[in-house]
Structures are given as structure tokens and as C-alpha cells.
Design a protein around this ligand. Structure first.
Ligand code: NAD
Length: 248
């Protein structure tokens, strides 16, 4: 990341009227949650079939064993990192208006962000697939397979499995924000997951500037990104915050 690009990014943020962030698994890597893909990704250890809806209904006991291990025992330990905290602070300062996240780990809320659109849902809640009653995962003993107390169906985590639709409200709010924004900060997303990856492209078509933060180039970098800040989310977000504080 060059000093020149960093300063340009700081100026864009300070002068923007409606900055939003778009985050992917990469922002939570430094909280100890690996992405799904890649060399050390979760799918190198687990079978992605565990998030196949049909498989879940046919083999709920087997599926829950793995889901509990990944999304509750393991994700449950994770705490927000500086990148999550900087976004929350920038929202408090009125600079960031919303965070659109593909993540299901709840870490933006835990860091204090208020306007968060969870495009893929959230693992902290469980939902009954039949009556839609929701439960806080923390109130359910996941040693047993969780059942709805109303209709006794097997509960499902309230994030989307492969082939499921995007939650309506999050979808609507994400695209509304992408229409409104004049500056989008993409943090830690490959751009390979659809339809989420169409949000930055949609914003770009509406004339927004794009700052991207990632240690690696992505599908966004050479197509829609204006300023690529190569580096880890916590390092770059801390640098941005220091620069913003010096100028406002
Ligand atoms: P992804 O599209 O979310 O990409 C991960 C990106 O993070 C990669 O581009 C990688 O270079 C980047 N990255 C790695 N370390 C980083 C760091 N320290 N700082 C910034 N960026 C970093 O890929 P995926 O994991 O295949 O995700 C598939 C879908 O599943 C996405 O919607 C994702 O959000 C979701 N997912 C969520 C979580 C979570 O809730 N924490 C974890 C895994 C996957």
C-alpha cells in the first residue's frame, strides 16, 4: 500500500457524503475465523455439503454435529478485531452510514456497529423452518439436536444455506444503500460469491468510488476498484482512522 494511495483514500472518505462498507470473510480472519475457500479455508477441513439444505433435512443429526463444531463452538469464541471497531467508530462519527456484510459471525454488531445489513443472515439465531419462530442460539443447549418447542421441527441456523434466497430486508436495504452511496469500502471479499458480489458493481454503475482493502487482488480489483489498499484489514483500517482523525 503506497502512502499516496492511503492519503487519497483518507481524502475520499473525509469528503464523501455517504460512505458504506461491504465486508466479506477476510475482515474476520484476524479474529481467528478462516474464510471458506483457499488453502486453510474451512472447506479444506469440512465438507461444504453440511450447508446443503437438502442434506440438512435428510441428515439433520449428522449435519448439526458439524454445524455446531464450526459455527457455535469455533465461531462462538471469536471477538471483533480492530477493523470491526474502526468501522463502528466511523459510524459513530457519522462517516460510515452502513455496513453490508456477507458474514454471519455477528462481529460487526459486537464491535458496536448499528446499521448492519447481514446479506447471508446470522449464526447467533436459530429458526424453525416450518413456523419461522426464532431462538437465540445462546439459550439453546446444542448438545442435543435443537427442536422447535412449538412444532418440534429441527431448528436451522438463521443464515442461508446453499440454494436459499437472500433475506428480504437485508437484500432491500443493501441495494438501497448501494444506490445512495458515493463511496464504498470493500474489505476482505473475493467477489466470487453471488449475488452479494453484484452489490459493489451496482454501486459503481451509480457512480460511487470504490476503495478496496485486501492482502490479495480480487475480482473487484482490476474491474471496479479505484484505490486498492493492499494489506490486512486491521492494519489498513487503523491507518485510515489515524489519517482521518488528523484531518477532521
Ligand atoms: P470471501 O469472498 O469472503 O473472501 C475472503 C477474502 O478475504 C479473500 O479475498 C482473502 O484474500 C481476504 N483476506 C484474508 N485475510 C484477510 C485479512 N487479514 N484482511 C482482509 N482480507 C483478508 O470468501 P469465502 O470465505 O469463500 O466466503 C464465502 C462466503 O461465506 C462469503 O459470503 C463469506 O462472507 C461467508 N463466510 C463468512 C464467514 C464469517 O462469517 N466470518 C467465514 C467464512 C465464510
Amino acid at each position: 500500500m503506497s502512502e499516496n494511495d492511503l492519503q487519497k483514500a483518507i481524502d475520499l472518505i473525509i469528503n464523501s457524503k455517504y460512505t458504506i462498507a461491504f465486508t466479506g470473510a477476510g475482515i474476520s480472519v484476524e479474529s481467528g475465523i478462516p474464510p471458506f475457500r483457499g488453502e486453510n479455508g474451512l472447506w479444506s477441513k469440512y465438507d461444504p455439503n453440511v450447508l446443503d439444505l437438502n442434506n440438512f433435512h435428510v441428515n439433520p443429526i449428522e449435519a448439526w454435529k458439524v454445524i455446531k463444531e464450526i459455527f457455535y463452538d469455533f465461531f462462538g469464541e471469536a471477538k471483533p478485531n480492530d477493523a470491526h471497531f474502526v468501522l463502528a467508530e466511523l459510524e459513530m462519527k457519522g462517516i460510515v452510514k452502513a455496513v453490508i456484510t456477507q458474514n454471519i459471525d455477528n462481529l460487526h454488531y459486537e464491535a458496536g456497529s448499528k446499521e448492519v445489513y447481514e446479506f447471508h443472515g446470522n449464526s447467533r439465531m436459530l429458526v424453525c423452518p416450518y413456523c419461522s419462530k426464532k431462538y437465540h442460539a445462546s439459550e439453546i443447549d446444542l448438545v442435543e439436536i435443537p427442536l422447535c418447542d412449538h412444532c418440534h421441527a429441527v431448528l436451522k441456523p438463521d443464515f442461508i444455506f446453499f440454494g436459499e434466497g437472500i433475506p428480504k430486508i437485508a437484500y432491500q436495504k443493501s441495494f438501497e444503500a448501494a444506490k445512495e452511496t458515493d463511496l464504498m469500502i470493500i474489505i476482505g471479499s473475493t467477489g466470487e460469491v453471488v449475488p452479494a458480489s453484484s452489490i459493489p458493481s451496482f454501486a459503481k454503475q451509480n457512480g460511487t468510488k470504490i476503495i478496496e482493502i485486501n492482502p490479495e487482488k480480487t475480482l473487484f480489483t482490476n474491474s471496479i476498484t479505484d484505490i486498492f489498499l493492499q494489506g490486512k484489514a486491521t492494519e489498513v483500517m487503523n491507518e485510515l482512522l489515524i489519517g482521518i482523525k488528523q484531518k477532521i
